[in-house]
Design a protein around this ligand. Structure first.
Ligand SMILES: C[S@@+](CC[C@H](N)C(=O)[O-])C[C@H]1O[C@@H](n2cnc3c(N)ncnc32)[C@H](O)[C@@H]1O
Length: 239
């Protein structure tokens, strides 16, 4: 008998945004895995759920490189997958913790695919989490969509070049991963004439939270924190 793999969304930072279901499932698993950056072994996802983890349940961090290099990603994920498979084959239920929602730009997606390839009969249960952009919209009191409006969620990890095409057809846009290519992203926003229609939110619900609506002040920022995103509203921001 294989154990069940639970993908648990822990929300974007504020521990009060954990769902009741996430807390319940955490008390019922035999082993917990958490994603951590390969540069340091701190896992924010683990810190968010720390007080709900039963004593004695092992917690292992799975390091993954922050790179677009498909070879090193493949290597890291194969190693991570085997660690999870080993526990599932012992018949133990496993939780994989992930920031925000597990099926939204999450490492859980890759892990689930890989583990399923190895164990085709595996039961996977995904516990949804509050996404970063939902929490960010709440902390800035910015509606994400209303009436007949559309909303598009886009990764800006490579510079946000798709913004131009997307904003032509979408009333509201979320730019995720606005940390590395920030100047290029701001240039896209400037070119599209959206300077007064964007809001930058960083470390939402965490120490050092920033909510910035002023485009000039955004341009003065150095490289923002990894946990940063932008909300763009074609009709303009809520004051
Ligand atoms: C790998 S994605 C994870 C997305 C996550 N699964 C979700 O549902 O929101 C990482 C990106 O999520 C966003 N993010 C996550 N937590 C955040 C937070 N507390 N404040 C602002 N942005 C956050 C940032 O854009 C960050 O670069």
């Amino acid at each position: 008998m294989l154990g069940t793999l639970f993908g648990i969304g822990v929300g974007p930072g504020d521990p009060e945004l954990l769902t009741l279901k996430a807390v319940r499932v955490l008390k019922e698993v035999a082993h917990v895995f958490a994603a951590a950056s390969s540069k340091n072994d701190y896992s924010l996802a683990q810190a968010i759920v720390q007080e709900h983890l039963p004593a004695g349940v092992p917690v292992d961090q799975l390091a993954f490189p922050m790179t677009f290099n498909s070879e090193s990603l493949e290597h890291a994920w194969t190693a991570n997958c085997e660690k999870v498979v080993e526990i599932l084959e012992e018949g133990k239920n496993v939780a994989f913790l992930t920031l925000g929602d597990p099926l939204t730009f999450s490492t859980f997606i890759y892990l689930m695919r890989k583990v399923r390839k190895r164990l085709p009969d595996l039961t996977v249960t995904t516990v949804p989490g509050v996404t970063s952009y939902q929490a960010a919209a709440a902390c800035a009191n910015q509606p994400l969509a209303e009436g007949e409006e559309t909303i598009t969620v886009l990764s800006a990890a490579k510079g946000g070049e798709r913004l131009k095409d997307v904003i032509a057809v979408s009333d509201n846009v979320i730019l995720m991963k606005t940390y590395k290519q920030f100047p290029r992203i701001l240039a896209q926003i400037d070119e599209a004439g959206l300077q007064d229609s964007c809001c930058f939110i960083s470390r939402c619900g965490l120490k050092g939270q920033i909510v910035e609506r002023d485009f000039q002040r955004m341009t003065a920022m150095k490289q923002p924190h990894y946990l940063s995103l932008m909300i763009i509203k074609k009709r303009g921001m809520e004051s």
